[in-house]
Design a protein around this ligand. Structure first.
Ligand code: GAP
Length: 518
């Protein structure tokens, strides 16, 4: 194991030991790609969400926050292209003794070979868009008199079968090309080292469920694979209720679900994730200007939340690798211990989503410019930030090992604003009631004030041990109440990173800390 990989192991262990993050359903052996956040994890998560909400919604005049439902009408995901196209290429190892059979073809072969595969499919916009295109060609050929309702008549049913047949043929072609590439490049199974691949196929990542008592085609629904969908379907509601002027945006923080083929790397690739997303609606001619603005905003966020900027790299995503809705995407990549991988995405989604929803729902989703009287479908810039990946990048950026007082220590150098605990209050001795009473009074005062400080009381073990514990969970300040406090109402305040201690008056405590963290 390399030193870098070891850091991930240390973080996973610290996260469990100190109550940040646990494997989901752990007592039953876990559930792959699912994690539970413990008390400190929730506090960290909430601080990050609040900071994002403040910076991306509250501090601006052009943003409208929403909280849309996770379950949506299945037609919304048909319109957005997710039913036909939100899939990854999956292949299974045929060795019956292999313990890790399922893999993504693109991950196995690497970017270069995968790009070559895509080129061989002789459409620059490749797999998913091509499937959508076939679907569209066939559904356009459905006679109009059959009506718009899906599955409503025999004609549509047989046309749908036509679509499915064409998609099958296409998928078989894709499968053969991928299988050949795996064999030609002698790609071994990471699970067992053998080369014994089955036929690759496209695997749709949406979690399907049924709404109501009857399970049939009519009751199908999906857990949303991106929070974005809930914002596009609420575009008209916001326009009707608030009459915003362009440009303006919708913002949302919430869960999304993806049945990832190979969840891995702790909370990097999970099946139940949380996203913080903005859909920013602009005049078509102005998209480049706002794309740049959001690009800068995302860098400002990265620094604000405490992610190591030296580990951030922008990747201009090639056309063949972009999502079907995007005309331009920049991935913000982070140097994780397991490699340079996507942290966030910034996409120019054009009018793809609003136009597709307008067409499928038959509801007009155009915008009327009150000044010019012009009517058009706005275009969209989308900064999309995964919360779990943010937490992992924040933890990795904050992790430090050093020596203090000739002892090794581990600490998390969180920015004070995101630290789960801002200040810990200690009585010097647990068995001196006068110290405990004074300490609890100071604790309650700090907690009760409108200080916005997150305060913890700790009287367990000697002071050295308490400092180490607080360092390990990233608490920026520790306050000790000793006998001198009883005499002159002063306390010792110790700063996490330097270990430096100073004495200040109790009356100045809250102000002192607030000034340091502002
Ligand atoms: N609405 C656009 C969208 O969902 P995406 O690139 O698929 O685009 C956006 O996802 C962000 O969501 C990613 O940059 C990442 O931060 C996060 N994300 C996506 N899939 C994830 C997964 N399986 N586990 C954790 N985070 C994920």
């Amino acid at each position: 194991m390399t030193e870098h990989e070891d850091i991930l192991g240390k973080i996973v262990s610290l996260a469990k030991r100190r109550g940040f993050i646990f494997q989901g359903s752990e007592i039953y052996g876990g559930l792959a790609g699912v994690y539970d956040y413990g008390p400190l994890g929730v506090a960290l998560k909430n601080n990050i969400k609040n900071l994002w909400w403040k910076m991306f919604v509250e501090d601006r005049e052009d943003m409208y926050g929403i909280d849309a439902a996770i379950l949506m009408n299945a037609k919304a995901w048909e319109a957005s292209g997710h039913v036909s196209g939100f899939s990854d290429p999956m292949v299974e190892c045929q060795n019956k003794d292999c313990k890790n059979k399922r893999h993504r073809v693109d991950h196995l072969v690497g970017t270069e070979i995968y790009s070559e595969i895509l080129r061989r499919l002789n459409d620059p916009k490749v797999l998913n868009p091509l499937i959508s295109k076939i679907s569209k060609e066939v559904s356009d050929s459905i006679p109009k008199e059959i009506g718009r309702e899906p599955y409503s008549g025999y004609g549509e049913f047989s046309a749908r079968q036509g679509v499915e047949k064409k998609i099958k043929e296409f998928e078989n072609k894709v499968g053969v090309i991928m299988q050949t590439a795996l064999a030609k490049n002698k790609i071994e199974c990471p699970g067992c080292g053998q080369i014994s691949w089955g036929m690759p196929k496209q695997f749709n990542m949406m979690f399907k469920t049924y709404v109501g008592a009857i399970e049939n085609d009519e009751s199908v629904s999906y857990l949303r694979p991106e929070t974005a969908g809930g914002m596009f379907v609420n575009f008209k509601n916001i326009v009707d209720a608030f009459h915003p002027k362009l440009p303006f945006g919708l913002a949302q923080i919430g869960k999304a679900f993806r049945n990832e083929i190979a969840p891995r790397d702790f909370i990097f690739r999970v099946r139940e994730l949380e996203q913080m997303e903005v859909e920013y609606f602009v005049r078509p001619s102005e998209w480049e200007k706002y794309f740049e603005e959001w690009r800068n905003r995302m860098h400002a966020w990265i620094s604000e939340v405490g992610i190591d900027e030296a580990k951030i790299h922008e990747l201009e995503v090639a056309e063949a690798d972009r999502a079907h809705y995007s005309k331009r995407t920049i991935d913000f990549e982070f140097d994780y211990p397991f490699g340079r991988k996507e942290l966030y995405g910034l996409a120019y989604r054009t009018d793809f989503d609003l136009s597709a929803h307008a067409k499928t729902s038959t509801v007009d989703l155009s915008y009327r410019d009150e000044e010019t009287g012009e009517r058009f479908v706005p275009h969209v810039i989308e900064p999309s930030l995964g919360l779990d990946r943010t937490i992992l990048a924040v933890l990795l950026s904050a992790y430090r090992e050093d020596e203090m007082g000739e002892e090794k220590r581990v600490y998390l150098a969180f920015k004070p604003r995101v630290a789960p605990v801002t200040v810990a209050v200690f009585p010097l001795l647990k068995n001196k009631p006068e110290l405990v009473e004074k300490a609890r009074g100071i604790f309650m005062d700090l907690k009760a004030g409108s200080s916005g400080l997150k305060v913890m009381f700790d009287d367990n073990g000697n002071i050295g041990k308490r400092y180490r514990r607080q360092d390990e969970i990233g608490t920026p300040f520790c306050v000790t109440i000793d006998f001198e406090t009883l005499e002159n109402d002063t306390v010792t305040i110790r700063e996490r990173d330097s270990g430096k201690q100073e004495r200040i008056a109790v009356s100045e405590l809250a102000g002192f800390i607030k000034e340091k963290i502002s």
